[in-house]
Design a protein around this ligand. Structure first.
Ligand code: BF8
Length: 620
């Protein structure tokens, strides 16, 4: 039964069993043993002469019907994952920019801009003339400028390119991986994966790097910056995390997915006096809005909204029997939610026209109807409280306090405007290095376990941890985002964090907010007059599962950061692709992937990598 280190999840797994509801763990079990050709990446289904497969032991068949080898198949599958992941992040980004542009066009009075300082800073950075212009006019120009990035046809200066350290940019230029428009790169990648186009694994993987860089340094970065500008730059704040944040006497609304646009309106509407009155008329004491996954991270970072759980907990939240509405937008939403919601009273509401689910009620959210739709959704949830069966309710008591909200800007308050104290601490060895521990959950590993095991090892070795996505939620649930003494190291990192009153694990946001980590890495490289690949940095995704994670991993390596994957990517069927990604690429990009399912071994790889980088960078 276990499969999770999170007690709240274990309790709900037991309730699921009692209620005879299959969950992700049961379905994973049913799928095993998984297809070994698929696991190795040597299965090709892209054309209708197939599906084809390659024998991994060197027996026939060694080629697909068209003649494609294992190298082409594996590289092409990998590229398709990158393109899908980059598309997901970048389409999210596009929606935010389009929304901002529409607001500027449609609103007569001045639109609400949460961070005017950020607006001015980005306008200056991107060369927008601000003289005599209203904030709204500047916002409109900025939105136009960023929108053009999606369809740009030729490589060139993209608006935030000055953030890339000089040596890294020169390397990208030399390797011809400077991204053109985001859409351009994704279409190029999909074109190459059509039958009979790109069949050279080096060429395919090079395009993968260019596409991933368009995700990290353009699409995701624009999403983060524009969300900050509209809704506020995150600042440290306290909140609570895990299923125990659900309340037995309140209307519980969970907002799940990735898009901050809808959640902002929903939060506002749930605070309307008329709505609170309605909740009380229905017998509830109030309305409890909680997040799930990365929409949850967006709300938690900016507003301190409590977060009910990470990827593997979405079904369990409904199984508490205490959720009046599960409201979803895009990405990482299990299609099983429709069936599970039917077993309880939960309304499963989808708000994006591009994410439809069997069993979901569609209440589409767009720039013209934002507040009205949000009002109707909250009202539906409030009215649904009457349908709750109190006998079916079981809310685990587990919830953990966490300090969150560490944007790059927030870090300046602790480390100085140019992160001087961080740099000094790195030089003296008070902080040995920085590791990004990010990414998903995956039923292939015990839920949350690898995240926590790696983080603890890193902290014990005085490595500061930055975190995003479901990994950040795992850390929060385990008490690692607190300033208390306890599970943290007692070394020099711990002393520094106690002195600064920050946790040793810094929650930097949702998965698009990995772009915040890129910006910090770039600033450190510029301050130390080196490339990102020279810094004592590393990244790991111990329990990754999504295509977005593949794109993130690839842009992280493309940016010069050693990256350890905890679940095995489907590349082992091609010794060439495996060796390119885990060895050869290092001499080209200054970074490589490693694959290490054992969290202690994975942490060791990171620790020795950081030690080596320190020796080269800081030894006179
Ligand atoms: O973007 S960490 S499971 S929720 S893909 Fe999905 Fe993975 Fe969670 Fe956020 Ni990121």
């Amino acid at each position: 039964m276990k499969n999770t280190r999170c007690n709240a999840s274990l309790i709900m797994r037991k309730k699921a069993k009692k209620d005879e509801i299959p969950t992700v763990w049961d379905r994973y079990e049913e799928q095993t043993p998984q297809c070994s050709y698929g696991l190795l990446g040597v299965c090709c289904h892209i054309c209708n002469m197939g599906p084809c497969r390659i024998d991994p032991f060197g027996n026939a068949p060694q080629k697909g019907v068209c003649g494609a080898t294992a190298d082409s198949m594996v590289a092409r599958n990998f590229l398709a994952h990158i393109a899908t992941g980059a598309a997901a992040h970048s389409d999210h980004s596009r929606e935010i920019v389009l929304y901002l542009r529409k607001l500027c066009e449609n609103t007569a009075e001045n639109i609400r801009i949460a961070d005017k300082e950020k607006l001015r800073m980005i306008a200056e950075e991107t060369g927008i003339d601000q003289d005599g212009k209203t904030d709204q006019a500047i916002c409109f120009e900025l939105a136009q400028l960023f929108l053009r990035e999606f369809g740009k046809q030729l490589p060139g200066k993209y608006p935030l390119i000055s953030r890339v350290p000089k040596r890294r940019l020169e390397l990208w230029q030399k390797l011809n991986v400077v991204p053109r428009g985001i859409d351009r790169e994704i279409v190029d990648s999909m074109h190459r994966t059509h039958i009979g186009v790109d069949n050279d694994c080096i060429s395919i993987l090079t395009q993968g790097i260019r596409t991933a860089l368009a995700d990290g340094w353009v699409g995701s970065m624009i999403a983060t910056e524009m969300s900050d500008l509209m809704f506020g730059v995150p600042k440290p704040k306290e909140t609570q995390v895990n299923l125990g944040v659900l309340q037995s006497n309140m209307v519980n609304i969970i907002i799940h997915g990735h898009d901050p646009l809808m959640s902002e309106s929903l939060i506002r509407m749930s605070n309307e006096t008329s709505m609170l009155r309605r909740a009380q008329e229905n017998g509830a004491e109030g309305i409890n809005v909680c997040g799930m996954c990365c929409t949850g991270n967006e709300m938690l970072m900016r507003h301190g909204i409590k977060l009910a759980g990470n990827f593997l907990q979405q079904e369990l939240a409904i199984i508490t029997g205490a959720v009046e509405a599960m409201i979803v937008d895009i990405q990482c939403i299990m299609p099983s939610l429709g069936d599970i919601a039917k077993c309880y009273h939960t309304k499963f509401i989808t708000t994006s026209s591009k994410a439809n689910f069997p069993g979901a009620v569609a209440m589409e959210f767009n720039d013209r109807n934002a507040d009205e739709t949000a009002y109707n959704i909250v009202q539906a949830a409030v009215d649904n409280y009457r349908n709750r069966k109190m006998s079916a309710v079981c809310i685990p008591k587990e919830s953990m306090n966490a300090i969150v909200g560490f944007s790059g800007e927030a870090l300046r308050d602790f480390f100085g405007n140019g992160y001087e104290q961080l740099i000094e601490s790195l030089k003296t060895g008070q902080i040995k290095g920085i590791a990004a521990v990010v990414g998903c959950n995956n039923p292939k590993t015990e839920h949350d376990s690898n995240h926590i095991a790696i983080v603890r090892q890193l902290l014990d070795n005085d490595i500061l941890v930055v975190t995003t996505g479901c990994g950040a939620i795992a850390c929060a649930k385990s008490g690692l985002l607190t300033t208390n003494e306890g599970p943290h190291s007692h070394g020099t990192l711990s002393r520094l964090c106690n002195q600064l009153r920050i946790p040793p694990v810094l929650h930097m946001g949702s998965c698009v907010d990995n772009s915040r980590i890129l910006v910090i890495a770039a600033k450190l490289a510029n301050a130390l007059n080196c490339d990102i690949s020279d810094l004592p940095l590393a990244a790991t995704a111990p329990e990754w599962m999504s295509q977005k994670a593949i794109s993130i991993g690839t842009y992280t390596v493309g940016s010069g950061i050693f990256t350890v994957l905890g679940t095995v990517p489907r590349v082992l069927g091609s010794p060439s692709v495996k060796s390119i990604l885990t060895q050869d690429i290092e001499s080209i990009l200054g970074a490589r992937f490693a694959v290490e399912p054992d969290p202690i071994q994975a942490a060791s790889l990171i620790i020795s990598h950081i030690e080596n980088k320190r020796k080269t960078l800081f030894t006179p």
